[in-house]
Design a protein around this ligand. Sequence first.
Ligand code: ADP
Ligand code: ZN
Length: 210
Amino acid sequence: MRIVLLGSPGAGKGTQAKVISKKFDIPHISTGDILRNEIKRGSGLGKEAAGFVESGKLVPDRIIIEIIKNEISPDKSKNGFLMDGFPRNLEQARMFSDLLDELGIELDKVININVSKDEIVDRLSKRKSCSVCKSVFSIGNNKDLEKCPECNGDLIVREDDKKEVIKHRLDVYESETRPLIDFYADKGLLVNIDGSGEETEITRRILKVL
Ligand code: ADP
Ligand code: ZN
């Protein structure tokens, strides 16, 4: 199964990706998680990417494509994969199509998770994530929550979940990423999913179309 998840920041891609990748036993490839790990490790790639990620800008395509090539090598993803946060613009989508052609494989579905802009802003400004297992939590009125309920790791507010950066990431989504909806609709791969409501309900909606 080869799947791409599309959706605005805060649409719930990461949360859904975890469940789906487990269900189909395919790797969850989150370019955001990979970049944050590289930044934390202080690797060369991390140093190159840090400024972009922290200010909510897209990391240059050539860096992203290198990451993806490495992640979908035949030994790592023989059952397929689930892309979360990639592709992020038309250039990446075209390079991705070329790469898949070279490997002689095809995407099965592109799932677009739709959530209204008001809800997105609300969710992003309330979110904390686990520095260990990467689970994302909406802290709501539980602002003092400091430990991950799942693994007891430290919960952190992502650098790019600060207010000014959120606005910028949403603008980048509108201008760079939203056009991918048409790109994949034209290829006959797109399925729209209503991303409002309970996480488990959204998972059910996605599993129904896979
Ligand atoms: P979100 O979807 O909530 O914005 P991600 O974890 O997917 O969060 O991405 C966080 C940041 O990592 C982005 O704002 C961007 O700087 C960088 N990034 C992630 N994926 C890509 C990509 N495919 N191309 C360019 N930059 C990316
Ligand atoms: Zn955790």
